[in-house]
Design a protein around this ligand. Structure first.
Ligand SMILES: [Ca+2]
Length: 139
């Protein structure tokens, strides 16, 4: 794996599009997704077969909230262990979230809302079928 891949979960932790970084553009290019106001980024970077930038940070100030958290990737699924306090959220909060990857291709996902409670969260959006996107395990 000589390519670099950077997976980002972008979280609008106050569910307010007017605060944080707007994901309607990235590095000057339109993303063509419904914008959210991103307050926290959970990034898992991968370069030459090794982790490269496993961080939770503020996208505007680049303040680092956590790094080198545990994660696993298998097929099209990824699991990360991130303290709620690192993303500035509490159990029961409703957040908006989206995701994108940088690397061989840049792919942006339409955002959805998610309530931070234990269990699988089915997310339905646009013309796609409901899909289980997230299984939050509060510890
Ligand atoms: Ca926000």
């Amino acid at each position: 794996m000589k390519n670099r891949y950077y997976y980002h979960w972008i979280l609008d932790t106050d569910n307010n599009v007017d605060t944080g970084y707007k994901n309607s553009e990235y590095e000057g290019n339109a993303t063509n997704v419904t914008p959210i106001g991103v307050d926290v980024v959970v990034m898992i970077g991968w370069r030459d077969g090794n982790p490269n930038g496993v961080e939770v940070y503020n996208p505007l100030t680049e303040e680092l909230f956590a790094e080198n958290f545990d994660f696993e990737a298998d097929g099209d699924s990824m699991e990360a262990v991130v303290p709620l306090e690192a993303i500035g959220a509490n159990e029961g909060d409703t957040i908006a979230f989206s995701a994108f990857q940088e690397g061989a291709s840049d792919d942006w996902l339409e955002p959805a809302t998610l309530r931070l409670v234990s269990g699988p969260a089915a997310v339905e959006y646009e013309d796609k079928l409901a899909t289980t996107w997230a299984d939050i395990k509060l510890r």
